[in-house]
Write a new protein. Structure first.
Length: 455
């Protein structure tokens, strides 16, 4: 380069607009600003004039990697086969993975079969980007020598490599069978019906995609696992319940519900998680499974030391029984709920008293009477309400005593329950709090006294 050539900075846009290939070739070697060199290489790639091929090949050895990369890309754009061997050499020997990426991509755009073997080797490159571009380029070249290596790439640990490998196999016109390889292909093509037809051989590739970067693929894989209904999918789907995407959480939960009985114990164990969204989705899955989950939920309710798990278990049990319309099932959960009235965790006692009120089984009367003296006001409130639902007159005197409770909600529920029992012996006790400090309690007492007097 002469002194005058280096004195004035080349205007790449003007050179490109005029189609000045020679000027752009000179600009490839502008020493004062490597950005000019990069822009010149890019412009030559856009113009695609074959006079630039040899200068660009020489630039593959430039001292600045940005310039080398843009030269490799430009050679791919021009598509001249003279660049094949230099690009193969770059792919094989360059220590910079970004250059190997560019070389792999450029070789695909040129489309010469001489690059096939080197691109096959590149499918095992340490850099994911190189493997990704190599798989795509093998599809562009379309040589059947790449079929087996691309099938292996369907199991690559990078989702983009797997997807590109499937697209490449499609371009080569490979026909998948019903093996795990075939399933891995259909997973990448998001053809879930084919995965279902293949069945258990599709499990591994489907499970792999549960952790992939593509939201719709994760959801589709989860839903498909639910339709295949293999117990080996349970634990991966449980893990998928923690996905950041709410839609994925719902898909995983629905799948677990469809798998059914094999998923029950894992679902109940996962109720211990403190994430409320996850708890909701798990609860829905267990309700979907229905009656087969009842014995496991009863065991969790009776034996678990986790208050969250116990509380949700009782809620799920009630919903299963309601949905099943089998009232006889209520009897099976009364005993563990009665035991839960003595739990050391307040929330468990609260929930147990509430659920016993909904079930309204007389076996709970004595224990609920005891709960009227619980240290927690919500437990006392729920117990007072439950006793009114059961309607056993044994609760009459304890409920009249509860009219003196310091918590107005307890007094309110005790008054309401006395009204439900409908015994005139409660009139005097109710009249004693007719002027209660709480307006809602006063109104409730007035209405009950009016009802009892009318009898």
């Amino acid at each position: 380069m002469s002194f005058l050539d280096g004195l004035f900075k080349p205007n790449i846009e003007k050179l490109k607009a005029k189609g000045d290939v020679n000027g752009l070739i000179k600009a490839l070697h502008y020493e004062k600003d490597f950005v000019v060199c990069c822009d010149a290489a890019s412009a030559l790639g856009e113009i695609r004039d074959k006079r630039a091929v040899e200068p660009l090949i020489a630039t593959l050895k430039d001292g600045i990697w940005h310039v080398r990369m843009d030269a490799a890309y430009a050679l791919g754009e021009i598509g001249d086969k003279r660049a094949v061997e230099p690009l193969i050499a770059t792919l094989k020997s360059n220590r910079d993975y970004s250059m190997r990426m560019k070389a792999a991509s450029a070789l695909g755009r040129i489309g010469d079969s001489r690059a096939v073997e080197s691109l096959i080797v590149a499918l095992k490159d340490n850099a994911e980007g190189v493997r990704k571009n190599a798989s795509s380029s093998l599809g562009e070249i379309g040589d059947k020598r790449a079929v087996e290596p691309l099938i292996a790439a369907l199991k690559d640990n990078n989702a983009y490599v797997r997807k590109n490998a499937a697209s490449a196999l499609e371009r080569i016109d490979w026909k998948p069978d019903k093996s795990e390889n075939g399933a891995a292909y259909w997973v990448q093509k998001e053809n879930w019906s084919e995965c279902i037809n293949i069945g258990e051989s599709a499990l591994k590739p489907l499970i792999t995609e549960l952790k992939g970067p593509f939201q719709e693929v994760r959801k589709g894989a989860a839903e498909t696992l639910g339709k295949i209904r293999d117990s080996r999918a349970v634990e991966p789907l449980i893990a998928a319940l923690k996905d950041n995407d709410e839609g994925m959480q719902k898909s995983a939960a629905s799948a677990l519900g469809k798998i059914g009985a094999p998923a029950i114990e894992s679902l109940i164990a996962a109720l211990k998680d403190n994430d409320e969204g996850m708890q909701r989705t798990i609860s829905k899955s267990l309700v979907e499974i229905g009656v087969p989950a009842v014995p496991y939920l009863i065991a969790a309710l009776a034996n678990s030391k986790n208050s969250v798990q116990k509380g949700i278990s009782s809620w799920v049990l009630r919903n299963i029984i309601v949905n099943s319309k089998d009232a006889s099932l209520y009897a099976s959960i009364v005993s563990p709920l009665i035991e839960s009235l003595n739990d050391e965790v307040i929330e468990v006692r609260q929930n147990a008293a509430s659920e016993l009120g909904r079930i309204a089984d007389d076996r709970a009367t004595e224990s609920l009477i005891t709960s009227l003296h619980d240290s927690d006001s919500i437990v006392r409130q729920n117990a007072a309400f439950a006793l009114g639902r059961i309607g056993n007159r044994k609760a009459l005197n304890p409920l009249m005593d509860a009219l003196k409770d310091i918590d107005p909600s307890v007094r309110f529920n005790a008054a309401e329950s006395l009204g439900n029992i409908g015994d005139s012996r409660a009139v005097q006790a109710l009249a004693a709090i007719a002027n209660d400090s709480h307006p809602e309690v006063r109104l409730k007492v007035a209405l009950i006294l009016e009802r009892l007097d009318a009898k």
